[in-house]
Design a binder for this molecule. Structure first.
Ligand SMILES: Nc1ncnc2c1ncn2[C@@H]1O[C@H](COP(=O)(O)OP(=O)(O)O)[C@@H](O)[C@H]1O
Ligand SMILES: [Mg+2]
Length: 421
């Protein structure tokens, strides 16, 4: 059955049971819009706030992920099922099936189903109402609830193989990168979340992959933290633990897919694919769409892209955009030094340190200030410029040691945002 026939069937099912002559008005929303107007929270809103408004609830027979995959290129055919099975809904971020409610004396019917095309799943939402005014007051109330939920849901990054990661408030102003770098990343991410209709109109799969590479300690993880903090979407990740497996990666994609549009973060991908229970081939298959990932933005970081199999990079459907985070230029080193040390040291000393730290990562540059302040606190004295310059020497020496195989600051940090600050 073709996608359009399937779609027509469902639209017709809903339209024929809500004839225009009887005063019904019909609307249809794709999942991106439904998320924006909080329609995805409809059932939770009703159950939490207005349980008595629900007049009828019928769920669609849900197919398991495996069953759905067997329909590759085909559509999954929903059967309306009067049993209200909560188990699926508890795991999913939306609802499927039929919900009939009464609101302000008017009937309103909501119907949602999963459309599977060759590229992926998309949930389609339909609404029938007998009163546009009532629908408007309802959607306002729903949207208020949705805003609260989005804030709540966005407070952590969901980890599929361990503790969730609380979000840290990272301001964009505190990330120092070449001019335009952050804005370009931001606009890529925003374009993804606002672009669902465009992807659909163009007939291309609604998913994207971004890869952040570059020397350790230059802001890849920090940028992820800021993105997670400032983007109102679900974030899912796999922690880089010793026992991480293919299954965890698959789970992360599934969880993101069920809450799409969503972001999946793979921190330190070069290390992840070296884990003994992770197979690169399986990972590549997943990215290529073995698992349908409609509405999923994958962002991975890696310190050494040359360690990654070229297969990961050289196929646009895997990572369509690679961002190389450069070692900081003088301007950025100075900005970081001023941010952390501006209160304690003269601008002359900070500028000198900035000049003498060419080739150092931001982690090391930051450590020069932190180390100077700690030393002074130890010695119980007010910090002065000579302490900063002394600290520069200490950190330089430490960096030399690191190149001889002693663990470096960056290595301590490079285990990803799950462990670092
Ligand atoms: N571009 C940057 N701007 C400001 N601080 C930075 C930057 N890069 C690194 N840092 C500092 O160094 C720490 C470690 O950087 P991180 O983002 O974890 O590096 P990586 O690129 O290895 O993921 C950050 O938490 C931050 O304090
Ligand atoms: Mg990192």
């Amino acid at each position: 059955m073709s996608e359009s026939r399937f779609l027509n069937q469902h639209i017709q099912f809903f339209a024929s049971s809500h004839p225009h002559e009887m005063g019904w008005k019909l609307y249809e929303y794709p999942s991106g819009t439904a998320y924006r107007i909080s329609l995805v929270y409809l059932l939770d809103f009703l159950q939490d706030r207005h349980p008595a408004a629900i007049k009828r609830r019928a769920t669609i027979k849900e197919l398991s992920g495996k069953e759905l995959d067997q329909f590759a290129g085909e559509t999954c055919c929903p059967e309306l099922d009067v049993e209200w099975d909560l188990s699926n809904e508890l795991e999913s971020d939306t609802w499927h099936g039929l919900i009939e409610i009464e609101w302000a004396g008017h009937s309103m019917h909501f119907f949602s189903f999963l459309l599977k095309s060759g590229y992926g799943y998309a949930t389609i939402y339909q609404v029938a109402t007998q009163s546009n005014v009532a629908l408007r007051t309802f959607t306002h109330a729903l949207d208020d609830y949705g805003r609260m939920r989005k804030k709540r849901d966005a407070r952590h990054i969901q980890a599929v193989n361990g503790e969730n990661i609380p979000l840290t408030p990272v301001s964009w102003e505190d990330i120092f990168l070449p001019p335009g770098f952050i804005e370009a990343i931001q606009s890529n991410v925003t374009a993804f979340f606002e672009g669902q209709e465009r992807y659909r109109a163009l007939g291309i799969p609604y998913r994207r992959g971004l890869l952040f590479t570059g020397a350790p300690g230059c802001g890849k993880t920090l940028t992820l933290k800021a993105l997670a903090y400032h983007t109102a979407a679900k974030f899912v990740t796999v922690l880089g633990k010793a026992d991480v497996s293919d299954k965890d990666i698959e789970n992360a994609l599934d969880v993101a897919c069920s809450g799409s549009p969503a972001v999946v973060l793979f921190e330190d991908l070069d290390k992840l694919i070296e884990s003994k229970d992770v197979s690169l081939a399986h990972f590549l298959n997943l990215l290529d769409g073995l698992k349908v990932m409609s509405g999923v933005l994958v962002i991975a970081t890696c310190n050494e892209p040359e360690k990654l199999d070229p297969a990961l990079l050289h196929r646009p459907s895997r990572f369509d955009r690679v961002w190389t985070f450069p070692l900081p230029a003088l301007e950025q080193r100075l900005a970081l030094l001023r941010k952390h040390g501006g209160l304690y040291f003269s601008d002359r000393a900070l500028t000198e340190v900035a000049r003498r730290t060419q080739g150092m990562s931001m982690t090391y540059v930051q450590e020069i200030v932190v180390n100077a302040l700690l030393e002074c606190a130890h010695e119980d004295k007010a910090p002065g410029d000579s302490d900063l310059l002394r600290s520069l020497k200490t950190i330089r020496a430490q960096r030399k040691d690191a190149s001889k195989g002693v663990e470096s600051l960056e290595e301590q940090d490079s285990v990803g945002f799950c462990v670092s600050n």
